[in-house]
Design a protein around this ligand. Structure first.
Ligand code: GLU
Length: 484
């Protein structure tokens, strides 16, 4: 059975690009029946914070990406948090083996020494390769230094291989000349394992079969493959996903707008829409369909349709997609999603309605909403306050023919014993016919006079929801106001 992992570092709030990596691992797991593992890579103790780890869980919960194994879920291959694996001695055990087999060595060079070497390489226009000054220390010299408090690291000795082929599930094989790769640190001077080392030990011991991650990790892959070989473990298949760019084709960053997943949630995106949108950032189906529910994505997703070229994050398209998902929600579900985004002024307006009318009001304006807070721009039409209404009406001018249209409407509409959208619509039709079929001539003055607004959601829905009592109060006001 295949096993994939999502391995974020909790050094900041969950980034939208990192979420795309999680999603592709998750879709892979759904499609190929693999186990999906969440591993927290928190070895950078200075930058890792529990609140960032919390933010990762929050993002995953919101997206509905639920791990089979992980720090909270547990599992046979735990612990799943690297700091806990350090305490358990997991990295040290493998490191001792590499040291014993002389595949790794202690390095006592100071930062100052190494900076000097780097400067020198730069000067000579050569790639930096560590001089291996410490590789040839005698056993006595090493013992003596280890007993002192000299700072030390453990480095991996890169084998002298001319050609290392890295096979990638997405792109063509890459041929690396190992002689151009510097020996790199496995154990840092602070006693913590380096990223390249801990990731290999964990991928190996957790039985990961496929590593799916961003293309920015390609340069790490030969190092990781060499370590796999040195440790005697079977390496996974690597798949490097194309980068996500902003619309100006530079790497997606804060400059392009929100990058944290929670920002998207707070801006009123639906997780279903973001899920669909992110799935199309680097993967495409065989046809031009763009809207997919989760189930069809899980069956259609395939690794052989992942693109080699970078994906562009088009916010306009995301907003459009969000609008599509909003429109597809059932009335009650839409109301539940929208309510947390309604501001106090509009909440006060909705408070004058019954719960079931609130659901109808929200549903009636759904076509105008791309982001959930957009609702706030459309609720004023449902304000039942007489004072607010009369003040607004007084700010408008009405021609005699407009006044007539309004009065005609008011006369006819009260013939209905009940206000339903069908009834109101029927009355509207009658008045439109009376006015030579000119809708604009009818709808506009009615909206201005009965709602006090020039624009807004469907007037038929508004009138039916405002109800008979409010309408009759307004009609009698208009009768007097127009004849004054
Ligand atoms: N912790 C690494 C990151 O967040 C994971 C890289 C990998 O998938 O190997 O970039």
């Amino acid at each position: 059975m295949k096993r994939v992992r999502f391995a974020p570092s909790p050094t900041g709030n969950l980034h939208i690009g990192t979420l795309r990596t999680a999603l592709f691992n998750w879709l892979f797991a759904k499609r190929y029946n693999a186990t999906y593992i969440l591993r927290i890579e928190d070895t950078d103790k200075a930058r890792s914070k529990p609140e960032y780890e919390g933010n990762i869980y929050e993002g995953m919960d919101w997206m509905g990406i639920i791990e089979d194994e992980g720090p909270k879920k547990g599992g046979k291959f735990g612990p799943y948090r690297q700091t806990e694996r350090i305490v358990d001695g997991i990295y040290q055990k493998q490191l001792d083996r590499l040291l014993e087999e002389k595949k790794a060595y202690y390095c006592f060079c100071t930062d100052h020494d190494l900076d000097g070497e780097r400067e020198d390489a730069k000067h000579k226009n050569r790639p930096y390769i560590y001089s291996r000054k410490c590789l040839h220390l005698s056993a006595e010299e090493i013992d003596e230094k280890l007993k002192s408090d000299i700072s030390r690291t453990v480095k991996f000795e890169i084998p002298d291989t001319k050609s290392l082929i890295v096979s990638d599930g997405v792109r063509d094989d890459i041929d690396f000349d190992c002689r151009l790769i510097s020996d790199f640190v496995l154990l840092k001077s602070d006693g913590n394992p380096s990223y390249n080392y801990s990731v290999v030990v964990d991928d190996a011991l957790m039985g990961i079969t496929d590593v799916i991650r961003g293309e920015d990790h390609i340069s790490n892959t030969p190092r990781q493959l060499l370590l796999f070989k040195a440790l005697g473990f079977t390496p996974p298949q690597y798949h490097h996903l194309p980068m996500i760019l902003g619309q100006d084709k530079s790497k997606l960053s804060k400059r392009h707008g929100a990058t944290a997943v929670t920002d998207y949630e707070n801006q009123g995106y639906l997780s279903d829409a973001l899920y669909n949108f992110l799935a199309l950032l680097g993967w495409s189906p065989t046809d031009t369909t763009e809207i997919f529910d989760r189930t069809s994505l899980s069956t259609l997703f395939s690794m052989d349709r992942i693109s080699k070229s970078n994906a562009v994050f088009d916010v306009t398209k995301l907003k459009w997609m969000n609008g599509q998902y909003i429109r597809s929600l059932e009335p009650a579900a839409l109301a539940e999603k929208v309510k947390p985004f309604i501001d106090d002024i509009n909440l006060a307006i909705l408070d004058t309605y019954t719960e079931s009318d609130v659901v109808k009001i929200i549903y009636s304006v759904r076509d105008n909403i791309a982001l959930l807070p957009d609702i706030n721009g459309y609720l004023e039409s449902f304000n039942t306050s007489f004072i607010s209404f009369s003040e607004k009406v007084k700010s408008f001018q009405f021609s005699d023919s407009e006044k007539q249209v309004v009065l005609d409407f008011c006369c006819s509409v009260f013939e209905h014993s009940e206000f339903t959208s069908e009834n109101i619509s029927e009355t509207m039709d009658v008045i439109v016919t009376k006015n030579d079929g000119k809708k604009g001539k009818v709808f506009k003055p009615i909206r201005k006079a009965l709602i006090g607004l020039e624009r807004g959601p469907n007037i038929v829905e508004i009138v039916s929801l405002l109800g008979k009592d409010v309408l009759s109060e307004r009609a009698s006001f208009l009768g007097k106001y127009f004849s004054a």
